[in-house]
Design a protein around this ligand. Structure first.
Ligand SMILES: *[C@@H]1O[C@H](CO)[C@@H](O)[C@H](O)[C@H]1NC(C)=O
Ligand SMILES: *[C@@H]1O[C@H](CO)[C@@H](O)[C@H](O)[C@H]1NC(C)=O
Ligand SMILES: *[C@@H]1O[C@H](CO)[C@@H](O)[C@H](O)[C@H]1NC(C)=O
Ligand SMILES: *[C@@H]1O[C@H](CO)[C@@H](O)[C@H](O)[C@H]1NC(C)=O
Ligand SMILES: *[C@@H]1O[C@H](CO)[C@@H](O)[C@H](O)[C@H]1NC(C)=O
Ligand SMILES: *[C@@H]1O[C@H](CO)[C@@H](O)[C@H](O)[C@H]1NC(C)=O
Length: 460
């Protein structure tokens, strides 16, 4: 047994057996190896992990979004240029089109400059990382020469085992705190999942209006608790000038409208009428993007008056900051209004935020005004819609015709952002053109290619 142990070590250790002198017998132990530099190994490991954290998915995402933006703008420019060519009769129309083209060009130049910056940044990062990796490799090779005791191999084995163990844990408990969505201060518990479609109806005008929104007032006047509202973009899929009311969900599904329409203005579109589908009703008033303005409008259905609020300078409007997926942008979705347990929110984007989502709470006293504003790092043209639940912003992206993914969240209480929620909405129709949460019954109301669909939000 002893012989078996000693033999493989004989290359490293010189054992000198001394002849017995008197009654004692002793061994002399001499290690012919250099001591293994554990310190060095641990620095190399630290450096390697620092290298890893420098390269984040965020960086690739940004590049992708910029390229996507550019891809979208170029065809539009081409279209505008050909309009200009058609109209270039030396008259006024030509001048206006030229201005549109110039604006378009300025935007595109800005995009290219940013793309250039991002690419340069990434190149620099790649270069730095490459150098570091080469250094690390050399360091590791040197360390390997020390490694007759197999320290490095042992460590690697340990790490592999630990990783396998972690993977194992994540598969067994898919909803541990690593993947758990944030919940803010939610009385219902934690946002977990979305049910299958609970209501799906073609409504009163089957197949007629591609864009619209519907829902339920979270803070209704007395006697109107079960009322539902509907806004259809009746003019060019862009504009509307009225809200239609139904006394119950069954009246809504059956297409029987009482008391009918409440008109904002007899013309459509005109000052202070509705632009874009992302509207909501709260406390007997409709909130929406005012026609042709970077403003939120509040239409009081009782007094029939409109209150306006201008958004900060640089806010994108008139279809300059839309929700998009790869095949399509949804026109005039610059401003998304949302309701949750705490009131009304506006979600938009600005030039100074480079097209990333900005979220603000609306203060709905007599004067309409913004309370607090939060900036996010999710690019608006990479998402298809947003909604709020319990002070947390959620964003969706298009997966395919059958599925939309709630992938992103921003918790206004903690400022925490997540990009990996992985909650899927089963769609009945390909495009969700507006999406809003009703805190009264925890339903998500979606308007999809002329159909109205709702889902139950599941909390734990
Ligand atoms: C680790 O990185 C530091 C700072 O970048 C550098 O000074 C050091 O030489 C590196 N160490 C090894 C072992 O690569
Ligand atoms: C990209 O950036 C570099 C360095 O700032 C500059 O020299 C170059 O002209 C830029 N290219 C374009 C197309 O903007
Ligand atoms: C994850 O949850 C476990 C148990 O629920 C808790 O002990 C741990 O601190 C949590 N980790 C983080 C990072 O929140
Ligand atoms: C979420 O809900 C969908 C539809 O009801 C279901 O198919 C899916 O398994 C659920 N996911 C989880 C993680 O519970
Ligand atoms: C709407 O107008 C009515 C009547 O003027 C008023 O009592 C009510 O407070 C207004 N609602 C909102 C949300 O401003
Ligand atoms: C902002 O909202 C908070 C919470 O609702 C409120 O306490 C505060 O008074 C509001 N601030 C302004 C300026 O309206």
């Amino acid at each position: 047994m002893k012989l078996y142990v000693i033999f493989p070590l004989s290359a490293l250790i010189t054992l000198t057996l001394q002849a017995p002198s008197g009654e004692n017998c002793f061994c002399e132990f001499a290690n012919s190896e250099r001591a293994f530099p554990h310190d060095k190994l641990s620095t190399v490991e630290d450096n390697a992990s620092r290298c890893n954290t420098n390269i984040t998915p965020q960086k690739t995402l940004e590049l992708e979004s910029l390229l996507m933006g550019l891809e979208r703008r170029l065809p539009r420019l081409e279209e505008d240029v050909s309009t200009l060519e058609r109209e270039d009769d030396g008259e006024l129309y030509g001048v206006i089109s030229l201005q549109v083209v110039q604006n378009e060009l300025t935007d595109i130049q800005e995009l290219i400059a940013r793309l250039n910056n991002t690419i340069l940044e990434n190149e620099h990062l790649t270069h730095v990382t490459n150098t570091k990796l080469t250094d690390l490799k050399a360091e590791m090779q040197e360390l390997e020469s020390y490694d007759t005791m197999q320290v490095v191999r042992g460590k690697l084995d340990n790490r592999r085992l630990r990783r396998d163990l972690d993977q194992c844990r994540n598969t067994v408990l898919p909803f541990t705190n690593t993947t758990e969505p944030p919940h803010g201060n939610c009385p219902h518990g934690q946002f977990r999942n979305i049910s299958g479609p609970r209501v799906s109806t073609a409504g009163e005008y089957p197949g007629s209006y591609k864009y619209g929104a519907w829902g339920r007032d979270p803070k209704p006047e007395a006697g109107k608790e079960s009322w539902h509202w509907l806004v259809l973009l009746t003019s060019g899929n862009k504009h509307s000038n009225y809200v239609r009311l139904y006394s119950s969900l069954s009246a809504f599904v059956g297409g029987v409208s009482t008391p009918g329409n409440v008109l904002i203005h007899s013309a459509n579109p005109t000052t202070n009428t509705i632009q874009g589908p992302n509207v909501v009703m709260y406390r007997g008033a409709l909130y929406y993007n005012c026609y042709n303005q970077d403003e939120v409008c509040r239409f009081n259905l009782t007094s029939k008056t409109v209150t306006n609020m201008k958004l900060p300078k640089g806010t994108r409007y008139n279809s300059k900051g839309n929700f998009c997926h790869l095949d399509e942008c949804y026109p005039f979705t610059d401003l998304d209004l949302a309701t949750d347990e705490s009131g009304v929110w506006v979600i938009y984007t600005t030039n100074q935020d480079f097209g990333n989502l900005v979220l603000a709470k609306l203060e709905d006293d007599e004067q309409l005004r913004l309370n607090q504003t939060w900036r996010t790092s999710v690019y608006k043209q990479g998402i298809t819609n947003t909604f709020m639940v319990c002070g947390v912003l959620y964003a969706t992206r298009y997966v395919d015709k059958e599925a939309e993914e709630i992938f992103y969240s921003f918790d206004t209480t903690t400022g925490e952002e997540r990009f990996n929620l992985g909650i899927f909405i089963k769609k009945m129709y390909p495009n969700i053109l507006s999406l809003n949460y009703s805190p009264v019954d925890q339903m998500l109301h979606a308007y999809c290619d002329t159909y109205m669909v709702s889902y139950k939000v599941l909390f734990s």
